[in-house]
Design a protein around this ligand. Structure first.
Ligand code: AMP
Ligand code: GLY
Length: 423
């Protein structure tokens, strides 16, 4: 079948690489794609906010599956528009994507479905939010309700900082995303990510991962979209995964369906492993980036069959996803300046290697020369028997990449490497 993949990052490169390996994939199109994706797909420049243009393209090219990578087109209803024309889509409706697009929506769902999560309050009025602050204690978590490119979460250590964050959000510091805020109890524990695939009715687990959000070694410095990740996350033991499925994922899927708002696609649960058990921090309505890169590196099934079954509401008839027992680890190579203004245009020379996959996250071709074209530029990904081995292989490949205007963290996976060393 012909497939159209929407997106341009490392997540989409990993999806394209896997989709193209399927015997069921005829022509793979990617929009806009990137130079790495171009090795697996025909890149086309569609305006994804112009739904009619995407539908027209899909019809002319006989596209029978559209895979939507990033959250913005989901929240914008691209999957609804495509489905209205009978085109199968992997990705939730706009209404279901509110699980990512509105933090307040998700918190209210947790209340209705009795899902463990931090205590919270929603406020659309600044004075009410300020008055409500003290009962949350310190630190307190303050979130802009809407999509804020991963930046709408403030953990305030002092009352002054908390008040300033509320002032900033209602003052438009996060655009319309901050028109409503969510105040949350601060949860303690280790964070892990869990993925589940659902067609709205049935659910399968799709692996776990941990990422490193801070820009600097030792988890210091500003937050980023993720500087590296590994899968599986051993802290999420089979027992904990079973609890997550039963206490968090299934109640979400069942409640959404019962309320006439079925969720179809990947549910990416950000979890806090607290002393009382796993609690939901937030949902994303898409694969994580760079978590997708490590999941795809371990996934051993046919991605086309699986995603099409989900698009068709036939997950129940599909084999359970199989993963390698290996660990996969990815190191993000970013352009200097990231997560602030990243240096664009720096030349990159990639090594020829079979020991690692180098996914392109933010690259472009400039007169035939591969150059940096984004904050996160490359995702150097390797497999190994454990995190220690995967880490060593990934950094061996990183060291063979010639990218003078780039940088990376040198300690991706440190928590597990220390545990594996018995420290
Ligand atoms: P989010 O964008 O909701 O995933 O939040 C970004 C990060 O803020 C999370 O990965 C956590 O590290 C942290 N965070 C969010 N909510 C809480 C909470 N209620 N308690 C503790 N940390 C939180
Ligand atoms: N790596 C975090 C995310 O994709 O949201």
């Amino acid at each position: 079948m012909n497939i159209l993949l929407i997106g341009s990052g490392g997540r989409e490169h990993a999806l394209a690489w896997k989709l193209a390996q399927s015997p069921y994939c005829d022509t793979l199109y990617a929009s806009p794609g990137n130079p790495g994706i171009a090795a697996h797909a025909a890149c086309v420049d569609l305006d994804v906010t112009d739904h009619e243009a995407v539908i027209a393209f899909a019809r002319v090219k006989g596209v029978e599956l559209v895979v939507i990578g990033p959250e913005a087109p989901l929240v914008d209803g691209l999957s609804d528009s495509l489905r209205a024309f009978g085109i199968p889509v992997f990705g939730p409706s706009a209404s279901a994507a509110r699980l990512e697009g509105s933090k307040g929506f998700t918190k209210d769902l947790c209340t209705r479905a009795n899902i463990p999560t931090a205590a919270y309050a929603r406020h659309a009025d600044k004075a009410a939010a300020l008055a409500d602050l003290p009962r949350f204690g310190l630190p307190v978590v303050i979130k802009a309700d809407g999509l804020a490119a991963g930046k709408g979460v403030i953990i305030a250590e002092t009352a002054d900082d908390a008040e300033a964050a509320i002032e900033d959000m209602f003052g438009g510091g996060f655009g319309t995303a901050g028109a409503e805020v969510v105040l949350e109890e601060f949860m303690r524990g280790e964070e892990a990510s869990f993925f589940a695939l659902t067609d709205g009715r049935d659910v399968v687990a799709f692996g776990s991962a941990q990422d490193h959000k801070r820009v600097g070694d030792g988890d210091v410095g500003p937050n980023t979209g993720g500087m590296g990740a590994y899968s599986p996350a051993p802290v999420l033991t089979p027992e904990l995964e079973a609890r997550v499925m039963e206490e968090i994922i299934w109640p979400t899927v069942k409640t959404m369906a019962a309320e006439g708002n079925p969720y179809s696609g990947v549910l990416y649960a950000g979890l806090m492993l607290t002393a009382q058990g796993p609690k939901l921090i937030e949902y994303n309505a898409r694969f994580g980036d760079p978590e997708c890169q490590v999941l795809m590196t371990r996934f051993e099934g046919d991605l086309v069959t699986l995603l099409r079954a989900i698009a068709d509401g036939q997950l129940a008839d599909t084999d359970a996803p199989e993963f390698s027992s290996d660990t996969a680890l990815t190191v993000v190579m970013a352009a200097k300046g990231y997560p602030g203004t990243a240096e664009k245009g720096g030349a990159i020379h990639l090594p020829k290697t079979n020991a690692a996959m180098i996914f392109h996250a933010g690259t472009a071709l400039n007169e035939g020369q591969l150059v940096a074209n984004g904050g996160r530029v490359l995702n150097v990904t390797a497999r190994g028997r454990n995190v220690t081995e995967a880490q060593a292989r990934a950094y061996a490949a990183v060291d063979a990449v010639d990218f003078p205007s780039g940088f990376c963290r040198r300690d991706i996976g440190w928590r597990e490497v220390a545990r594996e060393a018995g420290e």
